[in-house]
Design a protein around this ligand. Sequence first.
Ligand code: SF4
Ligand code: SF4
Length: 266
Amino acid sequence: MQSLQHKAAELLGSNRASVVIGYAEGSDGRVRPHFARTNDDAKALVWDQRCKQNLAVYLTKHEIKEMGPAAIIASPAVVRTIVQMASEQQFVRSFPITLVVDNDQVTELNDGPSLEAFATSHPVLFPSHVTKEVEDLAAMSVADRFAFWQEEFSRCFKCYACRSACPLCYCTKCITESNQPQWVTVAPHALGNFEWHLNRAMHLAGRCIQCGSCTLACPAGIPIALLTIEASNIVQREFGYQPGIKADAPAALSSFRVEDKEAFIR
Ligand code: SF4
Ligand code: SF4
């Protein structure tokens, strides 16, 4: 922990970073996001198994951008997110200073090749129950899968915590808030919930880096990441595109090749 705090203080002291995004102790033994801007702030940084939410969600917030250059303490999921954001042109001048911690050793990843190399050597590792849930859902008949999601979505009350927790839901205006025209029914009833979740899944298909933060954030206990994880799995199968691995890869669902099989593209 000390080397992380020293590294953060060094980055802030040398003005290489104006803010270091990490975690600090919260209440009830939990951790909370922490935005270190001074030497004293840096001393509060912690990094352990409790730090699960994807902090890259803050990198696209204007409040953070306005602070100046940012550094971020990164899990493998955060590194994948940064690579994916780069492929979507979210970093205009340079990458955030990305700090990965291993056995109290801190390594800086500051450019595309080092981030890509780290992302490639740290594949997605779900807890075994998540892997099984993804496989079980994929093996279901369409009718059973529909019934599963109907049941899960019946508890959704459209708080949008899943959207807020997702680092790749960074649009400043979401389709759910559009009312001219009204694309998505506002009410959290069966139709409104299906419209919302299918829209979100389609917008994240081939972009979800499978961090699981949306599921962790859901107060209704809906395993919502299963939907976007499977959508990304399908895109990978069909188009050979894995999000969060190549910083200059064209996005699978917003680019095309003339040899693509669908005739309408030509
Ligand atoms: S966090 Fe859960 S309850 Fe809230 S909108 Fe998302 S799925 Fe629905
Ligand atoms: S949709 Fe994917 S990238 Fe977004 S929070 Fe959920 S698991 Fe992470």
